[in-house]
Structures are given as structure tokens and as C-alpha cells.
Design a protein around this ligand. Structure first.
Ligand SMILES: C[S@@+](CC[C@H](N)C(=O)[O-])C[C@H]1O[C@@H](n2cnc3c(N)ncnc32)[C@H](O)[C@@H]1O
Length: 257
């Protein structure tokens, strides 16, 4: 039996997650529209799962198109924020707290037409074993011919830059409050080792007071080539890939054989 290791670490960040989301992903309809090409392959009432839903912008955007949406995440706080956003938009989204390996306990095999795992989530799976188990769960839940849509950081680029501090070059304004966003990248000597990203959101109020929320996240990077092999191993065949060694992020769409 596969050992279940769950690393969440998003509970403090859930409160301030909008400061980490790009302007383009803040509005649910716009976030969903960024996947127009793959969504056009689905009927309007398709069954879709966002299995690392974060604060729910994608799930709510998909529900707004009439799709039957389930949103899951390992973090209770993230799931709560997704439920709140759904309520705010009067969207019908079923929310469940579950990490990837727990998904088959909640849903029948062959349930979904499309599974989303987007926004730099998969690197939180613990090593090649954890990633394989996570991808296997996602594959099981797809109906034959269904598709996994995955977006990822280009870890080849991130590792080449080494450990460093990235500080936002302008204030990020959300909910009428400004913040400086800081990423501290801790790059381990070898690919397969645990890496860390420490994220701090330093909000500055009108009186000059600074309120900091931060979290140290663990991640296990992977090369694109490894991801391809791992997808194939769980019965998924790559249909579309935007991987480019010079681009920060890429998308893979893989269908269940
Ligand atoms: C960078 S956020 C991305 C959230 C959202 N998809 C987006 O695009 O904004 C990564 C998400 O993965 C979730 N996560 C981390 N480990 C997980 C696991 N083992 N199973 C399911 N979700 C996990 C975190 O709680 C967090 O919400």
C-alpha cells in the first residue's frame, strides 16, 4: 500500500492568497477563459474536478459556464475559501477537503471529463513516489478519453537560477491594501531532494504599520521529461504541451487511454 504523506502548509497563506494571484487569475470568469482551448472540447454540462483548487477562482469560473464542478484541496482553509467564493458568486461548486491520494476514497473511478491540477501545485507531491501516486489518483477519476490539464513552473529554469530572494518590484494591491510579496527560493543540490519556497506577504497600512504573513513550503521539483514518463505510466497520453525551456510556465493536456 502506498504510504500517504501530506504536506499542505497553505493554511496561513490561504488568508492572503489573493496577493499571490496574478491580476489575470483573480476574476473567476477570466481564469476559466485562460483554458478556453481545452474547455471547448467539453459539453457545457461536463463533470470537472479542480483537485488543488486554492481559493477557488478556477472552480467558480467553470461553474459559471454551467459545468458540474467539484473542487478539492489538501488545505482545509483553501477549501473554506473556495466555498466562500462560490457562495459570493452564487456558483454551484461541491467542495471536499482531500489530498490527491485520498481522492479515490471520495469519488468513483471514471467520473470526470476533465481534471485540473494547475497553478504550481504538483511540485508539493512528495518526490517521484508521491507525484506518481497523485497522478495515478487523477487518472483513475477520469473517464476513458477524459483529460488531465496540468500547469507547472519550468523547474529546469528555477533550478538553474539557484537559491535566491525575489522581492516584488511594485506593491500588490488587493482589497484596498498594499503588500510587498517576497519569495525565498531554497534550491537543494540535487533534483530529487526536498526544496523550499518561503513566501512572505508584507502588508503596509496607511499608518505605516507592516503586517506579515509567511509560510515555508516544501516542494519536490521535476524535469518535464520525468513528468511525461510519469503521465504515461498512469495511462495518460500527452496531447498538448507548451513546454519551452525558456518560458517560466507550461501546460500539459493528457488524455486517458
Ligand atoms: C500554488 S497553490 C495553487 C492553487 C490554485 N490551483 C491556483 O492556481 O491558484 C497550490 C495548492 O496545492 C494544494 N496542495 C498542496 N499539497 C496538496 C496535496 N497533497 N493534495 C492536494 N492539494 C495540495 C495547496 O493547498 C494549494 O492550494
Amino acid at each position: 500500500m502506498t504510504e500517504v504523506v501530506v504536506v499542505t502548509g497553505y493554511n496561513a497563506l490561504a488568508e492572503v492568497y489573493e496577493w499571490l494571484i496574478s491580476d489575470a487569475k483573480l476574476a473567476p470568469a477570466e481564469f476559466a477563459a485562460s483554458f478556453d482551448d481545452v474547455l471547448s472540447l467539453l459539453p457545457s454540462n461536463a463533470h470537472v474536478l479542480d483537485c488543488s483548487c486554492g481559493t477557488g477562482q478556477l472552480a467558480v469560473g467553470l461553474a459559471g459556464r454551467g459545468m458540474q464542478v467539484v473542487a478539492t484541496d489538501a488545505s482545509e482553509a483553501m477549501v473554506r475559501r473556495t466555498a466562500e467564493l462560490s457562495e459570493q458568486f452564487k456558483a454551484s461548486v461541491r467542495t471536499v477537503r482531500a489530498d490527491w491520494q485520498e481522492l479515490p476514497d471520495h469519488f468513483e473511478d471514471d467520473t470526470f471529463d476533465m481534471v485540473f491540477c494547475v497553478g504550481n501545485s504538483l511540485h508539493h507531491a512528495v518526490g517521484a513516489r508521491g507525484r506518481g501516486a497523485a497522478l495515478e489518483s487523477m487518472s483513475r477519476l477520469l473517464r476513458p478519453g477524459g483529460r488531465l490539464v496540468l500547469t507547472s513552473r519550468t523547474w529546469e529554469l528555477v533550478r538553474a537560477r539557484g537559491s535566491r530572494l525575489d522581492i516584488s518590484d511594485r506593491l500588490v494591491r488587493r482589497n484596498g491594501r498594499d503588500a510587498v510579496v517576497v519569495y525565498r527560493w531554497e534550491i537543494a543540490p540535487h533534483w530529487e531532494e526536498e526544496h523550499h519556497i518561503e513566501i512572505a506577504i508584507a502588508q503596509v497600512d496607511a499608518t505605516g504599520l507592516v503586517l506579515v504573513r509567511s509560510e515555508l513550503l516544501s516542494c519536490w521539483p521535476y524535469r518535464y521529461e520525468e513528468l511525461e514518463v510519469e503521465l504515461h505510466r498512469v495511462g495518460l497520453r500527452t496531447e498538448v504541451s507548451t513546454f519551452d525551456l525558456e518560458a517560466e510556465n507550461y501546460m500539459v493536456v493528457a488524455s486517458k487511454v
